[in-house]
Design a protein around this ligand. Structure first.
Ligand code: PMP
Length: 437
């Protein structure tokens, strides 16, 4: 029994399941979750002193690598000035401006105003309330397997931990709340049009993951999000693009920016951000055109608030991270993803394991089927049991992967040749283990 086992035993006595967020519990892969003691660059170290190359990156935020010295220094400097004020600060103004400036492409600038919140869940929850407030309508269209956080109306057919645990939804959500969410298969524009034909005048908005990454990674069909914008706008509804995971990760202007540059321009009404925008501290955001955003209190009737919103330490981490997320950083992430995906595919092919590696920018996932999935139904049609031995072989070789086949893998700017080399070396044995399963 090592230190991780001891801690997990103690944790389970005082914390439900021993974890503060379900997918951390290794529910689908089994075994003892690693209790992390520190994280630096591309590496994490567990409570037993074992070091791993990390491909979780705290589920996305660590774009520059863990504990980047400039980000840590910025947080320390902010802490010395006071931990929280509950009053406006200069840093918030700088961060909101930086977000609006960065999210521009092809002559489009969808963000004029930004509201800072503390979690991605809050950002999407507020975005939906705002869409309902602006339109005076109740219904929301979401996609099967898209995850937008754990607020009541959004846990109908969500991915991420819900996908892993194969729950249909969750207990504790009133049927009346779930009934105002219309769930449509991802990628199916005809289904979206049908829902609008039937209920169009009651639909406040569509919410979509800019690129789905919570049922594994799914590459959005070319022009899909642009078509959603058109359908929503024709019906007087809003399009909410959830970039909590993809924002500032897959491209300097998020997945929206990547698509505009690829020749599929569209104007989302609200974009939500989280993860990278807070540089590893609790911070998330929503942004949009002034006419929409000013419907939020205090200028408008849609209420939203937060004691710790725009927390000065989080803002400092977000600013320090975004200021350093240069084109060179994105080029490095892409190269690191190239190296890992090429080696991963070669190792699995050498063992005759059917697989596909869907990829969006530097974000990618592994599926044990011979073609990339298009939606949640096809994402679930894979030899998922192969992931358990694969995951544990990687862990034994010192590589920390997300503990579920339905999660994306995250590289960082700190994944240098040595870190990438350690991942590549671990792949053949893990692929053999997957082949035997
Ligand atoms: N939206 C998306 C697309 C996400 O991936 C997540 C979290 N993984 C959320 C929303 C919720 O964010 P948070 O966990 O910060 O509440």
């Amino acid at each position: 029994m090592d230190r991780n086992d001891e801690l997990f035993d103690r944790a389970r006595r005082v914390i439900p399941g021993g974890v503060n967020s379900p997918v951390r519990a290794y529910g689908s892969v089994g075994g003892t979750p690693r209790f992390l003691a520190s994280a630096r660059g591309a590496y994490v170290t567990d409570a037993a002193g074992q070091e791993y190359v990390d491909l979780v990156a705290t589920w996305g935020p660590a774009l520059l690598g863990h504990a980047h010295p400039d980000v840590v220094a910025a947080v320390q400097a902010a802490a010395a000035q006071g931990l929280s004020f509950g009053a406006p600060t200069e840093g918030e103004v700088r961060l909101a401006s930086l977000i609006a400036e960065r999210v521009q492409a092809g002559g489009l600038a969808p963000i004029e105003e930004v509201r800072l919140v503390s979690t991605g869940t809050e950002a999407t929850m507020t975005a939906i309330r705002l869409a309902r407030g602006v339109t005076g309508r109740d219904l929301l269209v979401k996609f099967d397997g898209n995850y937008h956080g754990h607020s009541d109306g959004l846990l109908a057919a969500a991915g991420s931990g819900v996908a892993t645990l194969a729950l249909p939804g969750t207990a504790g959500v009133p049927a009346s709340v779930a009934a105002s969410t219309l769930v449509v298969p991802y990628g199916d524009l005809d289904a979206v049009r049908e829902v609008f034909a039937a209920h169009g005048e009651r639909i406040a908005g569509i919410i979509v993951e800019a690129a789905p990454a919570n049922m594994g990674v799914i590459e959005p069909p070319a022009g899909f999000n642009a078509a959603l914008a058109e359908i929503a706008h024709d019906a007087g509804s809003l399009l909410i693009v959830d970039e909590v995971l993809t924002g500032f990760r897959v491209h300097p202007a998020g997945e929206w920016g990547r698509e505009v540059e690829a020749g599929h321009p569209y104007e989302p009404d609200i974009i939500t951000f989280g993860k990278v925008v807070g540089g590893g501290m609790p911070l998330a955001a929503l942004g949009g055109k002034r006419a929409v955003m000013e419907q939020l209190a205090p200028t408008g009737p849609v209420y939203q608030a937060g004691t710790l919103s725009g927390n000065p330490l989080s803002v400092a981490a977000g600013l320090a991270t975004l200021e350093r997320a240069t084109p060179e950083v994105y080029a490095h992430l892409d190269r690191a993803a190239d190296q890992v995906t090429t080696a991963l595919s070669a190792a699995l092919a050498a063992e005759g394991v059917a697989h596909a590696i869907p990829r969006v920018g530097s974000l990618f996932g592994l599926v044990f089927r011979d073609s990339k999935p298009a939606d949640y139904t096809s994402a679930k049609q894979q030899d998922a049991h192969r992931f358990t031995p694969f995951f544990h072989a990687m862990l034994d070789a010192g590589v920390h992967l997300p503990p579920s086949v339905f999660e994306a893998w995250f590289v960082t700017a700190a994944h240098d040749d040595e870190a990438l080399g350690r991942i590549v070396e671990a792949l053949p044995a893990a692929s053999r283990a997957a082949a035997r399963a």
